[in-house]
Design a protein around this ligand. Structure first.
Ligand SMILES: [Zn+2]
Length: 344
């Protein structure tokens, strides 16, 4: 989940634009009003009847313009698209899916479980979920002023998204082989960044990573109400599932394609192992225990500049605290209305 700053200013990275990554595979970056600045849509063009889009940016007019211009550069129009695959249901990946569907009538594929977020998070269930999320933040120590904008941010995002009718979405299963265009793809359930995140390995070694593996930045792994209980352990499983795949090129959801899937997976594992150790050290230094808000403050410190940063950091810190708790390295109990963690 992401938030949209006031004004929705779009700062697109300079010198970034559509590129043909390998023959028939286009990366079309579309702008985001977040720190990430852009998200990738991929066009896999195997000719008429075999044109697949991967992900769909946010729903801003600037995203639609960038997508249409990128497709034009590849010599096709939106109505030529035959399939849309969404790696996960975060707003910067699903935002134009309704527009793409309306223009092309292309079937939309998601991994089973993830499609529910279109209604429970981004549809009519959004306000109820935000209320539960706010309560999660409260019992984990987040002060009122840092919680206050959560509901507002979520509503603004929901107004930007252009989502398809739910019956346009078909679900895939882990380990399935699907044929799209001239290629066969293996579906891989890669939980952690989102509960039912989908990666795909094409028969020629192209690895569609979504936000599971990113270059230069660490995918956010957070604990959220209604989600799976130990997302960091899930993420480690997801890293193990992909690290030995015969991938020759990784197509990430943000930034540029890169080689070296196994190396990047190992770096991400190491990053989270270090942060778990830091989290454990912080608890060990406070014998009376600590709520997640104060642990997050020690972990992230001055990098947290606004309320949205704090909510992300708290969710990420909770993922680490719960990981330690499931590993019997930390304990948790309620004290004066707050969830307190301490070392086991
Ligand atoms: Zn994401």
């Amino acid at each position: 989940m992401q938030s949209v700053p006031a004004g929705e200013t779009v700062q697109f990275p300079a010198q970034d634009g559509p590129e043909e990554v390998v023959q028939g595979v286009w990366r079309i970056p579309v702008p985001l009003p977040f720190a990430l600045r852009s998200a990738n849509i991929y066009l896999l063009d195997d000719g008429p009847g075999g044109r697949t889009l991967i992900d769909s940016g946010l729903g801003l007019p600037a995203d639609e313009q960038a997508l249409r211009e990128g497709l034009a550069q590849a010599g096709i129009a939106l109505q030529d698209i035959s399939t849309l695959v969404l790696t996960h249901a975060h707003p910067d990946h699903i935002g134009l899916s309704g527009l793409i569907y309306a223009d092309s009538r292309a079937p939309i594929y998601m991994l089973e479980g993830e499609e529910q977020h279109l209604s429970t998070v981004w549809g009519e269930g959004g306000d109820a979920l935000q209320t539960r999320l706010d309560e999660m933040y409260r019992v984990n120590g987040l002060p009122d002023d840092l919680r206050a904008t959560g509901q507002h941010s979520s509503r603004r995002l929901r107004r930007i998204l252009r989502l398809p009718p739910l019956d346009a979405v078909s679900t895939l299963h882990d380990g399935q082989q699907i044929v799209l265009g001239a290629h066969t793809f293996q579906t891989i359930w890669t939980p952690g960044h989102s509960d039912y995140h989908l990666c795909l390995l094409r028969d020629d070694g192209l690895f569609i990573a979504g936000d599971h593996i990113l270059p230069g930045i660490t995918p956010n792994i957070g604990l959220y109400v209604g989600g799976r209980p130990n997302p960091l352990a899930d993420y480690f499983v997801g890293l193990e599932k992909v690290q030995d795949l015969p991938a020759r090129l990784v197509l990430p959801g943000h930034r540029r394609p890169f080689e070296g899937l196994a190396e990047r997976a190992a770096e991400l594992r190491e990053h989270h192992d270090e942060r778990s150790q830091q989290t454990h050290d912080i608890l060990a230094a406070h014998h009376a225990g600590r709520d997640a808000f104060h642990v997050a403050g020690e972990l992230f410190g001055e990098r947290l500049r606004n309320a949205d940063d704090w909510r992300f950091a708290l969710a990420e810190t909770l993922a680490h605290l719960e990981y330690l708790r499931f590993a019997d390295l930390a304990m948790r109990a309620e004290r004066d209305g707050l969830q307190i963690y301490w070392v086991a």
